[in-house]
Write a protein that binds this ligand. Sequence first.
Ligand code: FES
Length: 642
Amino acid sequence: MKHTITFLPDNITATVDKGENLLNAAAQAGVYIHAYCGGDGICGKCKVVVNKGEVRSDKANLKQEDWDKGYRLACLSTVESDLEITVPEMTSKSGKALKRKPRTTRTISAKAQDSLIGSWEIEPPVSKLYLKLNPPSLDDNISDMDRVMRGIRQAFPDHVGEPSYDHPELIKYLPAVLRESDWKITLLLLRRNQGGFRIIDVEAGDTTAKLYGLAVDIGTTTCSGVLVDLNNGEILAESSGYNGQISCGEDVISRIVYANRPGGQKALQDKVVGTINTIIEDICRELIISPADIAYMMAAGNTIMSHLLLGLDPKYLRESPYVPGVSRFPLTKAAELGIHAHPSMRLFLYPCIASYVGGDIVAGVHACQMAKSDKVSLFIDIGTNGEIVVGNQDWMVCAACSAGPAFEGGGIRYGMRASSGAIENFQIHPETFDPMIVTIGHIKPSGICGSGLISIVAELLENGVIDQQGKFRQNLDTPRIRQGADGWEYVLAWARDSLIGEDIVITEVDLDNLMRAKGAMYAGYQTLLESVGLSFADLDRVIMAGNFGAYIDLERAVCIGLLPDVDRENFYYIGNASMLGCQISLSDVNRFQERLAVRQLMTNMELSENPEFMQHYMAALFLPHTDMSLFPTVQEKLKGIS
Ligand code: FES
């Protein structure tokens, strides 16, 4: 159930789910409330007055007299009805009320899912066929296999192409299965591209009710699996876990280096196979099914992950001119890689484009149907490597830019992954420069995650705490700006309010690293667009993929120059697009077959040695950009900030 909250005195309204935390609601609405301890209920700063409506609240350290006056700690309150909340007046040093700045936050709407991805049929490439065959006789004495083939032809009289089989083990056990099941069998069939079916397996009796497919997203950090009932398309279970290769290096380059050690490549293959097996075990345990019931697996990963899974040497992927050993991966039997599944289970891997534009991006582009639309789209997946695709149904160019790990907490002094204690939302008092900090899990802060970093930098910029070069204004009257070990810094949380018992700061070195990361992304968009004679004005859609997009604040990401300053209605977010592509391909043979055409349409552009890219990159090392005409809404926002 949804409830409306009106925040006074600024009359800002927000609609939130019942049970939403009040501090979160304020942060998402762009309403500043003092909050120093991340929402842990310790600092006692986030007091608000509940004028109308009902909240469920914990008194914690709040004084009785404040409680009696109707004060509540926003971070310890949840929304139970429509509310009218007064946030205590922000006062200036002269005692006058301060005008709050207009709302500057906005999430990317999830409208995309249906409009971009469309619908798909439940007609999987792998299917089951139950046959009741006539036993052989002296008058009908064709071989067992021919009898099965005849059964398939009779079941699909209009189907073009002869059935076949390619599994020599099959003929060893087929005669026994036929007789022991009284000639009632279920065939596992794979549709061939050129028409007809290939027999993958034969089972005794009617097992058609058990037909499962596994979609797997093989990430450098995390692997996820989704089990789909291929009879009806229903998602039955999901599981995920860290990629076991993490112990051999955090990023793809360190994995390639590890693979070069004696036995390294095999160790990496074993580790990712082990991760997939754990996912399969978790899912099978939850559903009480056997891994052998999984008939088909569709996976996508970046090029390095795909090579390592198949046991291919990734060595040359990091050497100029950065070409992969193979881009269309062979159809593989998963069991031959050590994956615990049906011995005949086929593993399909999405094809890749280049060393750093992999099958995960092809799967994402496939999922959102860019290749079937006349609209010009910019597809962005932000991670350590930012991948970018621009195009439509007639052409597509793509590139990877080495954004660096800033958005995953790397290279940031108090950077961390998006886990409990990470600052994920941030606002600043425009005159005292005190922070409003919201952490994941509402505990004292222990660091800054990627989305928090974007919020922090945008707020510091909009409030004049830093300039457009990412340097602190040293003349501001606040003890939070000070000189530290890495130069000038801003104290986000004093030691007493932090979980780690020390001041949490953001430094000029951090700001520099962030500017490099966002500058590489923006320069990538510009270089690709210009390569096809287009500009940002020609874009019909900007599609964000990847988990990072779920938490990104659109206005703030534009404010720092990470995303282009185009009509906000043109932004879409589709989540884990790679996984979506796998799920769609599992379920719909027509969409499955399109994936190769999508790959064919995509042309890679190597940016690392591209002079235009370098020029754009240098120009983007500014907040948001040296060319402010590219960011008209930010220019407007920053007017008057000296
Ligand atoms: S007590 Fe609510 S943010 Fe600290």
